[in-house]
Design a protein around this ligand. Structure first.
Ligand SMILES: [Zn+2]
Length: 314
């Protein structure tokens, strides 16, 4: 029995060719969202954020790995750059190897050897999303520096606070810039809320986190990891209400262990949830990938030594 994704791949509905673009500035587009704050959009697919202070800069997330992110960042700032990763998914850690060290919440490193975080995952993701980029080999394997939620990045004239909110993943963090009234939420809050990937927290846990973020975000902008980045508080409220309705119905009936999508078209929000994938059950490993994805990954792996190592484990 083939999954819908496999069927679509086999029928050619999903184009597996990753277009090659040599110029990093074609992969990364910088959008100014504050006086010294940029949304870096990687190939229309995923967002990183660059906050520049008087002394240092902070890069939030490293994208899917489509280009040399460090080189792209250095075209905007010459200040020393700290890097914080909001959560472990491959489309947020893909460029981590370009930096000397990246900070991440301590529980997020436990599952690093699985597909959701691997370069194979990034390439499979890129193929499905038809993401351009030549996926160059990073300078080194990512060096993850485990941190906790009490961390503050001092950029000189602005301080950025780290807060831990389990949900999208068990170790997801948000970063609060009180001076600019902006909060960077990774995928913890979004217009397409995803709680269906193995390693996600339970829906109850996410609702608790989301309500706290809603309460602390009055007067702040919320910027997330995909699309155009901005998610409004009414959209967040609407998603919380949808989740609460799911929880109520879950109490009444046995809730199916499969992925269900809820939508509110008027508010342009959705919630994808699978209660079979909650933390701590072991996340997918490379072995659990559908055969078709493994074939793609093996074809693409020649590009990178890191990928070759990962493919050997398949
Ligand atoms: Zn994610």
């Amino acid at each position: 029995m083939k999954t819908k994704l496999e069927l679509n791949l086999l029928r050619g509905k999903i184009n597996l060719r990753v277009p090659v673009i040599k110029n990093d500035t074609d992969v990364y587009r910088f959008h100014r969202i504050g006086p010294s704050t940029y949304r870096i959009n990687e190939a229309g697919f995923v967002n990183c954020y660059l906050l520049i202070g008087s002394e240092r800069a902070l890069l939030i997330d490293t994208g899917n790995g489509g280009g040399n992110l460090r080189k792209a960042v250095e075209t905007i700032t010459k200040r020393p750059v700290d890097v914080f990763i909001t959560h472990r998914h491959c489309d947020h850690v893909g460029g981590a190897g370009w930096f000397d060290g990246v900070y991440i919440y301590h529980t997020e490193t436990e599952a690093f050897e699985n597909i959701v975080t691997s370069p194979v995952g990034s390439l499979a993701f890129a193929a499905i999303e038809r993401q351009p980029g030549d996926f160059p080999i990073p300078t080194h394997r990512p060096n993850y520096i485990k941190t906790d939620e009490n961390m503050v990045f001092d950029l000189g004239d602005r301080q950025i606070r780290v807060m831990h909110f389990p949900g999208h993943t068990e170790g997801s963090c948000i970063l609060v810039d009180d001076a600019m009234r902006q909060i960077f939420v990774g995928d913890e809050i979004s217009t397409d809320m995803l709680l269906a990937v193995p390693g996600a927290s339970s829906l109850e846990t996410w609702v608790r986190s989301a309500k706290k973020i809603y309460n602390l975000s009055a007067g702040y902008e919320l910027w997330w990891g995909h699309k155009r980045g901005l998610v409004t508080r009414p959209q967040l409220k609407c998603t919380i209400h949808m989740a609460e309705r799911v929880l109520r119905s879950q109490k009444r009936n046995h809730f199916p262990d499969k992925t269900v999508i809820y939508r509110n078209r008027k508010m342009h929000v959705s919630l994808m949830y699978n209660n079979g994938n909650v933390y701590p059950p072991t996340p997918w490993t490379l072995k659990d990938l559908p055969d078709t994805i493994i074939t793609i990954a093996k074809t693409l792996k020649a590009r990178s030594r890191v990928l070759r190592q990962d493919a050997r484990r398949v």
